[in-house]
Design a protein around this ligand. Structure first.
Ligand SMILES: N[C@@H](CCC[C@H](N)C(=O)O)C(=O)O
Length: 246
């Protein structure tokens, strides 16, 4: 099989396409392994769909499936367009969380994320104020003064207690810096799109940032998150790293 490795702001993925829709859990575990595989945070198989341009099957590196992955929506859109799986640079595709619309311009991809759902209003636990929102997958968000307060053990505890990803966000001169612990990777990743979107929504609700702002994940790459007419737009560069057979 031929696989393409992508980096979307440091969140890395192995992407392929197939006519066969089946359970790819074991392939995900094998391919995402950083020692004996290609190495990635997630694995995506693009399969045909009668309702959209295509459908994706998304897996975390531990083989668990996830309804959504913001960064992978951008990498997959670029993959689909550059591999001629779609006829236009504007496309729509099905994910476990719903339909995603996207547009590709060079290596810059903008996607429209699914409508967010607030799961739990503000609450205090372990000295931090949290907010739980589903931006396709669930995210706990806490806004802090210092991102060094990010703590792996606390994130792991909150992740299992609430079955969610966990984000620490810092607001600095109208921009947002984010560190995310990802479920299914079970550690901090260099970026998480739905996590950045969750932090953006929280910060915007608190009027700490405008309805369009730059967001910087751990990788330091710049993303733009915007909210217009209730739709969240997520924009940034993706990088095709290499193509290989495995
Ligand atoms: N990295 C993704 C989120 C992937 C899914 C997540 N780990 C989960 O299982 O909830 C993103 O960019 O949004």
């Amino acid at each position: 099989m031929t696989y393409t490795k992508y980096s979307a702001s440091g969140n890395d993925f192995v992407i392929t396409h197939s006519f066969i829709e089946k359970d790819y859990t074991n392939d995900a575990i094998k391919l995402c392994n950083r020692t004996e595989g290609i190495g990635a945070d997630g694995f995506v198989v693009i399969v045909p769909s009668s309702e959209a341009d295509f459908k994706w099957l998304f897996y975390n590196s531990d083989g668990s499936d996830a309804a959504m992955c913001g960064n992978a929506t951008r990498a997959v859109s670029h993959y689909a367009f550059t591999n001629n799986l779609v006829s236009s640079s504007e496309m729509k595709f099905l994910t476990g969380a719903g339909l995603i619309k996207s547009s590709v311009e060079g290596n810059i991809v903008e996607t429209q994320l699914t409508a967010p759902i607030v799961v739990k209003e503000e609450f205090i636990e372990d000295g931090f104020t949290w907010y739980l929102v589903d931006t396709g997958v669930p995210h706990l968000v806490t806004i802090v003064d210092d991102l060094e307060l990010y703590n792996h053990d606390l994130c792991a505890k909150m992740r299992y207690k609430y079955n969610t990803n966990v984000n620490f966000a810092k607001i600095e001169d109208g921009i947002i810096k984010v560190r995310t612990y990802e479920r299914g990777v079970e550690g901090e990743t260099l970026a998480c799109g739905t996590g950045m979107a969750a932090c953006f929504l929280r910060a915007n609700d608190l009027k700490l940032v405008d309805s369009s702002t730059f967001v910087y994940p751990k990788s330091g790459e710049q993303l733009t998150l915007s909210k217009k007419d209730g739709i969240i737009y997520f924009k940034g560069a993706v990088k095709k790293v290499f193509v290989t057979t495995f």
